[in-house]
Design a protein. Sequence first.
Length: 403
Amino acid sequence: MFWRMGYLRRNEGRMADIKEKILNKFKEVFGEGEAQAFFAPGRVNLIGEHTDYNGGHVFPCALTIGTYAVARKRDDRKLRFFSMNFEHLGIIESGLDDLKPRRDAGWTNYPKGIFWALGEKGYEVNQGIDLLLFGNIPNGSGLSSSASVEVVTGYILSELFGLGISNQDLALIGQYSENNFNGVNCGIMDQFAIAMGQKGQAIFLDTADLSYEYAPVQLEGAKIVIACSNKKRGLGDSKYNERREECETALGEIQQGMDINTLGDLNEEQFEQVKMAVKDEDRRKRAKHAVYENQRTIKAVKALKENDITSFGKLMNESHVSLRDDYEVTGKELDTLVEEAWKVDGVIGSRMTGAGFGGCTVSIVKDEAVDTFIDKVGTAYKSKIGYAADFYVVEIGSGPCHL
Ligand code: GLA
């Protein structure tokens, strides 16, 4: 695990090396000729989980790890994809006249979905491309590797075909594709965090109207540490869509007696007054999480602005408890990582991040405690779960770019 951390630190300073590596690989796979290199980040959410499809607030940031890509236009309508993360699959071919999701198309359903979504939104892409990807986001970790692929593809197409799409629209196109092409009813958080990321800043986004503000994350003397449970999850086969439906039903029940648009319109007191309108107890717990988590996010950003990292950390911890007990999306792997983290001196806050059911936790850890944190949490995790977790000390990076 120490090796992994060192690997990441070195990697961050190596964008130029990676660029050379991917350009060489592109030539080897697709042949000589001009080609351009691009990058889009992954993301981590600091607080505000499962609020983005409930009209609430989120507080994610882009990372310096992400998806690297090399692309060039073709003269025909073929799409040829190659991933350095799945080299054994070789080139996967498709075409502009075959933009349908297919199980055997594997990861290429994500870039294909963007071609499809652009067409649906009225953008003209009449030539195919050769596209090579290389991601250094751990796969299935919940750091949004798929949204990163969607955003980098949209960015590339906008650049290559002069479509002039704004970064915010790239996020919306990515989400549209994920919802309608890949069948995952996700909210806007991941694509927005990736497309709109700014170095050193988290994004305080109100998903009800997409208004947002950047908030600098200056953790004097502390680091953001991501612990990856190595329990793989895919949104499609998780209970994600089920949770979303539960919240929609709860909203419908509350709306019978109250004029609100989303659960994010309620504060805690209002929710307590109307909660019995939600008939089923589990569903009531889901709605409670959505309401309380939104309010926690607003409070957390206020605390951060006041430089009160201790309160920020406490709200992160409360967020995890709510996701564990009321929303029930954690599981023993994420609970072990977080509960072990809480025992370590110097941990300011720790919680699961992303959809849950596996994936990662995010912790704010004092500089001097980082090594002990990794050692203690790593050892306890291995002995309880039976396999190792990986740890990443991360930095907040910026949105998509040309390399
Ligand atoms: C996934 C989804 C997001 C969001 C989170 C949970 O990452 O893609 O839209 O709902 O889960 O906060």
